[in-house]
Design a protein around this ligand. Structure first.
Ligand code: DOR
Length: 447
């Protein structure tokens, strides 16, 4: 296999920032040092002035296979992922057919083979009826069990109290929840429909999918996890109030963990006026105070992971009245750059960004040999230029839906090179022909 030598990079890893050379051989990191000499056959990447980070591990994406491939597919969306510095992804089960059986899970892994540019793992979805499938799933077969405790895209609401109790009592894997209380949302929808008919303004989205609905559902999930001693990971948190449900400090040893998504860190309710339906997602983007609390919770450790919930819909599906506009944003291609904006603003430091986008995700999901720049680990890495601004234009977009909520914005950093399993997957604004993605191995650790 190929061999690469990255020279003079500023490596951000394991809580430190140091100048290093990194040699990659047979897909893995072979040597980290200084003054490393290239053998004649090695490809040398001169990385002076660039930052080398472990590739992002995104624990929540919707790449839409099988069955929803008019919105996106594993090949197109993983291309967008590597262009953004994401080297591994964990995909959600709200596809067609739903990934709610072990057979559907196995079929989905077959679909990804040879087509994913980044490494992959999939969730088994929960329903009110599939407890036997959940009980039978092995830690090697899925990254976790996805439970929609609030209804969103796809028909996957789990609202039967007995089913929820059984899932939390018996799941052999981490339970990842979407938390919004559907009865509260339905009551708010009725109220707004009475007031506005079909002309509900987008600004009402965070009032319909309200902070109250989030708190009611996420506090219920935490209660269930405590009662049944379950391993709970609450996805895409959006409100200041929910932060009290989570403990500060490092992820290790926690049985209840939390995730935030890049768009909830970047946008707030003042953006509905300009971005409209483009930033409609579930849970909704909320207030500026909520956004600030989410950023603070990353620093205190109440939130453990930054992800994307990359959820492409076509341009047509994002138009129409409030109820017609599909919820979800395609953000994976610019996830890291958008998070680095918080570094440039002095809110998050680089070591913390690497912890939340890669190290902590690897530990939380017991990902084997990925998530760190370490000798012997798979070479999943990204070279970033923190001083090269990029303006997001439609011609660069790789997600199949062809639009991004970030279009027209300028980010202060650029993704220069993404390496997956030791192969250059993306370099200088261009995808390479390599399709290096492999299935992620999950150990039997603390997941
Ligand atoms: O906004 C969202 N879109 N939230 C979800 O939970 C699902 C996602 C989708 O699949 O479109």
């Amino acid at each position: 296999m190929n061999s690469l030598l990255i020279k003079d990079a500023t490596v951000v890893n394991d809580g430190r920032i140091q100048e290093h050379d990194v040699r990659i051989r047979d897909g893995r990191i072979d040597e980290i040092g200084s003054g490393l000499k290239g053998s004649g056959s090695e490809t040398v990447i001169e990385a002076g002035g660039l930052h080398l980070l472990p590739g992002c591990i995104d624990d929540q994406v919707h790449f839409r296979e099988p069955g929803l491939t008019h919105k996106g597919d594993i090949a197109t969306e993983s291309a967008a992922a590597v262009a953004g510095g994401t080297t591994s992804f964990m995909d959600m089960p709200n596809v067609r057919p739903l990934t709610v059986t072990r057979k559907a899970l196995a079929d989905k892994y077959l679909l990804a083979e040879g087509r994913a540019r980044a490494n992959y793992s999939f969730y088994l979805g929960a329903t009110n009826e599939n407890i036997d499938e959940i009980r039978a799933v092995k830690p090697t077969e899925a990254c976790g069990i996805k439970v929609f405790m609030g209804a969103s895209t796809g028909d996957m609401l789990v609202d039967d109290p007995d089913s929820l109790a059984m899932i939390f009592r018996d799941s052999p894997l981490l339970i990842a929840t979407h938390c919004e209380d559907t009865p509260i949302i339905h009551a708010n929808e009725r109220e707004y429909r009475e007031r506005y008919g079909d002309e509900i303004p987008l600004e009402a989205h965070p009032l319909i999918r309200s902070a109250e609905s989030c708190y009611k559902s996420s506090s219920f999930a935490v209660e269930l996890a405590r009662e049944h001693d379950a391993r709970l990971h609450v996805l895409h948190l959006t409100t200041a109030r929910e932060m009290e449900l989570f403990s500060p400090g490092p992820v290790d040893g926690k049985s209840i963990t939390a995730e935030v998504c890049v768009h909830h860190l970047y946008f707030d309710e003042s953006d509905y006026k300009e971005f409209g339906g483009r930033i409609k997602c579930n849970p909704a983007i909320k207030t500026k105070a909520d956004r600030q609390a989410l950023l603070q919770a990353l620093v205190s450790g109440r939130i453990d992971v930054i992800a994307t919930d990359h959820a492409p819909h076509t341009v047509e599906e994002k138009q129409g009245s409030y109820f017609e506009i599909s919820a979800g944003l395609p953000v994976v291609q610019h996830a890291l750059q958008s998070v680095l904006e918080h570094y440039h603003r002095g809110v998050l430091d680089l070591e913390l960004i690497v912890e939340k986008t890669s190290h902590a995700v690897a530990r939380l999901f017991s990902v084997e040999d990925r998530g760190y720049i370490r000798e012997g680990y798979w070479a999943d890495i990204v070279l970033v230029d923190l001083n090269k601004p990029t303006r997001i234009t439609s011609d660069q977009l790789l997600a199949k839906c062809g639009w991004s909520p970030f279009e027209g914005l300028e980010f202060k950093s650029s993704i220069i090179t993404t390496i997956v399993n030791g192969q250059i997957a993306y370099q200088d604004n261009t995808l390479t022909p390599a399709i290096p993605g492999q299935r992620i191995s999950h150990g039997v650790g603390p997941r």
